[in-house]
Design a protein around this ligand. Structure first.
Ligand code: 0O2
Length: 222
Protein backbone atom coordinates (compact mmCIF):
# COMPACT_ATOMS: atom_id res chain seq x y z
CA UNK A 1 0.00 0.00 0.00
CA UNK A 2 1.33 3.42 -1.00
CA UNK A 3 1.98 5.81 1.88
CA UNK A 4 1.00 9.44 1.26
CA UNK A 5 3.60 12.09 1.89
CA UNK A 6 3.76 13.17 5.58
CA UNK A 7 1.46 10.31 6.55
CA UNK A 8 2.90 8.75 9.75
CA UNK A 9 4.09 5.14 9.53
CA UNK A 10 1.53 2.85 11.12
CA UNK A 11 2.96 0.77 13.98
CA UNK A 12 0.98 -2.15 12.70
CA UNK A 13 2.35 -2.10 9.14
CA UNK A 14 3.53 -5.68 8.64
CA UNK A 15 7.20 -4.87 8.13
CA UNK A 16 7.33 -2.64 11.20
CA UNK A 17 5.61 -5.18 13.43
CA UNK A 18 7.90 -7.93 12.19
CA UNK A 19 10.92 -5.81 12.96
CA UNK A 20 9.61 -5.04 16.46
CA UNK A 21 8.90 -8.74 17.11
CA UNK A 22 12.30 -9.74 15.78
CA UNK A 23 14.03 -7.23 18.04
CA UNK A 24 12.04 -8.21 21.10
CA UNK A 25 12.53 -11.97 20.72
CA UNK A 26 15.38 -12.11 23.23
CA UNK A 27 13.35 -10.09 25.73
CA UNK A 28 10.24 -12.26 25.31
CA UNK A 29 12.37 -15.39 25.75
CA UNK A 30 13.92 -14.05 28.95
CA UNK A 31 10.49 -13.13 30.35
CA UNK A 32 9.28 -16.66 29.58
CA UNK A 33 12.22 -18.10 31.55
CA UNK A 34 11.35 -15.85 34.49
CA UNK A 35 7.72 -16.96 34.28
CA UNK A 36 8.86 -20.60 34.44
CA UNK A 37 11.05 -19.86 37.47
CA UNK A 38 8.10 -18.16 39.16
CA UNK A 39 5.96 -21.25 38.51
CA UNK A 40 8.63 -23.47 40.06
CA UNK A 41 8.74 -21.39 43.23
CA UNK A 42 4.95 -21.12 43.42
CA UNK A 43 4.71 -24.92 43.17
CA UNK A 44 7.34 -25.39 45.87
CA UNK A 45 5.27 -23.29 48.28
CA UNK A 46 2.06 -25.10 47.33
CA UNK A 47 3.77 -28.43 48.05
CA UNK A 48 5.01 -27.15 51.42
CA UNK A 49 1.49 -25.96 52.23
CA UNK A 50 0.08 -29.42 51.45
CA UNK A 51 2.74 -31.07 53.61
CA UNK A 52 2.09 -28.77 56.57
CA UNK A 53 -1.64 -29.32 56.34
CA UNK A 54 -1.04 -33.08 56.50
CA UNK A 55 1.33 -32.79 59.46
CA UNK A 56 -0.32 -30.01 61.45
CA UNK A 57 -3.90 -30.02 60.20
CA UNK A 58 -3.80 -26.37 59.12
CA UNK A 59 -2.49 -24.27 56.24
CA UNK A 60 0.43 -21.94 56.92
CA UNK A 61 -0.14 -20.19 53.57
CA UNK A 62 -3.18 -18.04 52.89
CA UNK A 63 -2.29 -17.10 49.29
CA UNK A 64 0.60 -17.15 46.85
CA UNK A 65 0.69 -14.31 44.33
CA UNK A 66 3.06 -14.01 41.40
CA UNK A 67 3.98 -11.04 39.24
CA UNK A 68 6.34 -10.43 36.36
CA UNK A 69 7.84 -6.93 36.31
CA UNK A 70 6.36 -4.95 33.41
CA UNK A 71 8.61 -3.75 30.55
CA UNK A 72 7.95 -0.14 31.62
CA UNK A 73 9.01 -0.83 35.22
CA UNK A 74 12.08 -2.68 33.94
CA UNK A 75 13.04 0.28 31.78
CA UNK A 76 12.48 2.74 34.65
CA UNK A 77 14.61 0.69 37.03
CA UNK A 78 17.43 0.36 34.47
CA UNK A 79 17.29 4.12 33.83
CA UNK A 80 17.54 4.74 37.58
CA UNK A 81 20.64 2.54 37.65
CA UNK A 82 22.05 4.31 34.57
CA UNK A 83 21.90 1.11 32.51
CA UNK A 84 20.69 0.34 29.01
CA UNK A 85 17.60 -1.73 28.20
CA UNK A 86 19.39 -4.87 26.99
CA UNK A 87 18.57 -8.49 27.67
CA UNK A 88 21.99 -9.30 29.19
CA UNK A 89 21.88 -6.15 31.35
CA UNK A 90 18.44 -7.05 32.67
CA UNK A 91 19.46 -10.56 33.67
CA UNK A 92 22.72 -9.42 35.27
CA UNK A 93 21.45 -6.41 37.21
CA UNK A 94 17.79 -6.87 38.08
CA UNK A 95 16.91 -9.48 40.65
CA UNK A 96 13.20 -8.81 41.00
CA UNK A 97 11.83 -9.45 37.50
CA UNK A 98 10.06 -12.56 38.78
CA UNK A 99 8.27 -11.94 42.06
CA UNK A 100 6.45 -14.35 44.34
CA UNK A 101 4.56 -13.09 47.40
CA UNK A 102 3.57 -15.58 50.06
CA UNK A 103 0.93 -14.46 52.54
CA UNK A 104 1.20 -16.53 55.71
CA UNK A 105 -1.07 -17.14 58.66
CA UNK A 106 1.39 -16.50 61.50
CA UNK A 107 4.81 -14.84 61.86
CA UNK A 108 6.36 -18.21 62.76
CA UNK A 109 5.01 -19.63 59.47
CA UNK A 110 7.03 -17.02 57.56
CA UNK A 111 10.27 -18.34 59.05
CA UNK A 112 9.27 -22.02 58.90
CA UNK A 113 8.42 -21.73 55.19
CA UNK A 114 11.52 -19.71 54.39
CA UNK A 115 13.74 -22.27 56.17
CA UNK A 116 11.99 -25.18 54.44
CA UNK A 117 12.44 -23.59 51.02
CA UNK A 118 16.09 -22.70 51.59
CA UNK A 119 16.83 -26.25 52.77
CA UNK A 120 15.89 -27.61 49.31
CA UNK A 121 19.00 -28.60 47.41
CA UNK A 122 18.08 -26.89 44.14
CA UNK A 123 17.46 -23.52 45.81
CA UNK A 124 20.40 -21.14 46.25
CA UNK A 125 20.06 -18.10 48.48
CA UNK A 126 21.46 -14.96 46.84
CA UNK A 127 20.25 -12.36 49.33
CA UNK A 128 18.05 -12.15 52.42
CA UNK A 129 16.53 -8.96 53.86
CA UNK A 130 14.63 -9.43 57.08
CA UNK A 131 12.33 -6.43 57.31
CA UNK A 132 10.39 -8.24 60.08
CA UNK A 133 13.24 -8.30 62.59
CA UNK A 134 14.50 -4.93 61.23
CA UNK A 135 11.46 -3.09 59.82
CA UNK A 136 11.92 -0.16 57.43
CA UNK A 137 11.67 3.34 58.96
CA UNK A 138 8.13 3.75 57.58
CA UNK A 139 7.01 0.54 59.34
CA UNK A 140 7.19 -1.87 56.34
CA UNK A 141 7.62 -5.50 57.37
CA UNK A 142 8.26 -8.59 55.23
CA UNK A 143 10.94 -11.19 54.76
CA UNK A 144 12.60 -10.77 51.35
CA UNK A 145 14.62 -13.51 49.70
CA UNK A 146 16.34 -13.51 46.35
CA UNK A 147 16.96 -17.07 45.28
CA UNK A 148 18.28 -18.79 42.24
CA UNK A 149 16.61 -21.97 40.98
CA UNK A 150 17.10 -24.12 37.90
CA UNK A 151 14.47 -24.35 35.18
CA UNK A 152 14.65 -27.35 32.90
CA UNK A 153 14.03 -26.64 29.20
CA UNK A 154 14.02 -29.18 26.36
CA UNK A 155 17.80 -29.09 25.83
CA UNK A 156 19.00 -26.84 28.54
CA UNK A 157 19.08 -26.17 32.27
CA UNK A 158 19.07 -22.51 33.27
CA UNK A 159 19.52 -20.84 36.66
CA UNK A 160 17.00 -18.03 37.15
CA UNK A 161 16.56 -15.56 40.00
CA UNK A 162 13.27 -14.95 41.78
CA UNK A 163 12.41 -12.40 44.47
CA UNK A 164 10.25 -13.85 47.23
CA UNK A 165 8.37 -11.74 49.77
CA UNK A 166 6.93 -13.57 52.77
CA UNK A 167 4.61 -11.73 55.14
CA UNK A 168 1.59 -12.25 57.37
CA UNK A 169 -1.96 -11.21 56.51
CA UNK A 170 -1.65 -8.19 58.83
CA UNK A 171 1.65 -7.10 57.22
CA UNK A 172 0.08 -7.53 53.80
CA UNK A 173 -2.92 -5.34 54.64
CA UNK A 174 -0.58 -2.56 55.76
CA UNK A 175 1.84 -2.91 52.80
CA UNK A 176 -0.95 -3.11 50.21
CA UNK A 177 -2.69 0.02 51.50
CA UNK A 178 0.55 1.96 52.02
CA UNK A 179 1.60 0.96 48.47
CA UNK A 180 -1.62 2.46 47.11
CA UNK A 181 -1.33 5.63 49.14
CA UNK A 182 2.33 6.59 49.35
CA UNK A 183 5.03 4.04 48.36
CA UNK A 184 7.21 5.47 45.58
CA UNK A 185 4.56 8.12 44.86
CA UNK A 186 5.83 11.59 44.05
CA UNK A 187 3.73 13.13 46.80
CA UNK A 188 4.74 15.01 49.91
CA UNK A 189 3.41 13.15 52.86
CA UNK A 190 3.28 15.18 56.08
CA UNK A 191 5.20 14.09 59.16
CA UNK A 192 1.88 13.57 60.92
CA UNK A 193 0.64 11.14 58.27
CA UNK A 194 3.95 9.26 58.20
CA UNK A 195 3.72 8.90 61.97
CA UNK A 196 0.14 7.62 61.64
CA UNK A 197 1.18 5.07 59.01
CA UNK A 198 4.02 3.93 61.26
CA UNK A 199 1.58 3.61 64.15
CA UNK A 200 -0.73 1.46 61.97
CA UNK A 201 2.23 -0.79 61.09
CA UNK A 202 3.01 -1.21 64.80
CA UNK A 203 -0.67 -1.99 65.52
CA UNK A 204 -0.66 -4.63 62.78
CA UNK A 205 2.48 -6.18 64.23
CA UNK A 206 1.05 -6.15 67.77
CA UNK A 207 -1.94 -8.08 66.37
CA UNK A 208 0.43 -10.57 64.71
CA UNK A 209 2.30 -11.13 67.97
CA UNK A 210 -0.91 -11.66 69.96
CA UNK A 211 -2.36 -14.07 67.40
CA UNK A 212 0.95 -15.94 67.28
CA UNK A 213 0.99 -16.22 71.08
CA UNK A 214 -2.63 -17.49 71.17
CA UNK A 215 -1.83 -20.00 68.42
CA UNK A 216 1.21 -21.26 70.36
CA UNK A 217 -0.83 -21.75 73.55
CA UNK A 218 -3.54 -23.65 71.68
CA UNK A 219 -1.03 -25.97 70.00
CA UNK A 220 0.81 -26.55 73.32
CA UNK A 221 -2.45 -27.58 75.00
CA UNK A 222 -3.30 -30.11 72.28
P1 0O2 B 1 6.32 -3.13 43.44
O1 0O2 B 1 5.41 -2.15 42.79
O2 0O2 B 1 5.73 -3.70 44.70
O3 0O2 B 1 6.84 -4.19 42.53
P2 0O2 B 1 14.30 -1.51 44.65
O4 0O2 B 1 13.74 -2.83 44.17
O5 0O2 B 1 15.55 -1.11 43.96
O6 0O2 B 1 13.26 -0.43 44.69
P3 0O2 B 1 15.50 -2.83 46.83
O7 0O2 B 1 16.20 -2.27 48.07
O8 0O2 B 1 16.31 -3.59 45.86
O9 0O2 B 1 14.69 -1.66 46.14
O10 0O2 B 1 14.35 -3.78 47.22
P4 0O2 B 1 13.62 -4.10 48.57
O11 0O2 B 1 13.89 -3.15 49.67
O12 0O2 B 1 13.96 -5.53 48.84
O13 0O2 B 1 12.06 -3.91 48.17
C1 0O2 B 1 11.56 -4.23 46.95
C2 0O2 B 1 10.08 -4.54 47.01
O14 0O2 B 1 9.60 -4.67 48.35
C3 0O2 B 1 9.22 -3.43 46.42
O15 0O2 B 1 9.11 -3.68 45.06
C4 0O2 B 1 7.90 -3.58 47.16
O16 0O2 B 1 7.11 -4.63 46.60
C5 0O2 B 1 8.35 -4.01 48.53
N1 0O2 B 1 8.59 -2.84 49.40
C6 0O2 B 1 9.79 -2.40 49.85
N2 0O2 B 1 9.64 -1.35 50.65
C7 0O2 B 1 8.33 -1.11 50.73
C8 0O2 B 1 7.54 -0.12 51.45
O17 0O2 B 1 8.05 0.75 52.15
N3 0O2 B 1 6.19 -0.18 51.27
C9 0O2 B 1 5.58 -1.12 50.49
N4 0O2 B 1 4.26 -1.09 50.40
N5 0O2 B 1 6.30 -2.05 49.80
C10 0O2 B 1 7.64 -2.04 49.93
P5 0O2 B 1 9.02 -2.53 44.00
O18 0O2 B 1 9.54 -3.07 42.72
O19 0O2 B 1 9.69 -1.30 44.54
O20 0O2 B 1 7.51 -2.21 43.89
Amino acid sequence: MERKENEPLSFFETETLDAVLQKSRGFIKLMTYYRCAMMEIETKFKVLNEHYSLEHDRNPIQTVKTRLKSPISIREKLQRLGLEMQVATIEKNLHDIAGVRVICSFVEDVYALSNALLAQDDVTLIEKKDYIRSPKKNGYRSLHLIVSIPIFLANEKREMQVEIQLRTIAMDIWASLEHQMSYKKEIDITEGLSAELLECAELAYALDERMNAIHRKITQNK
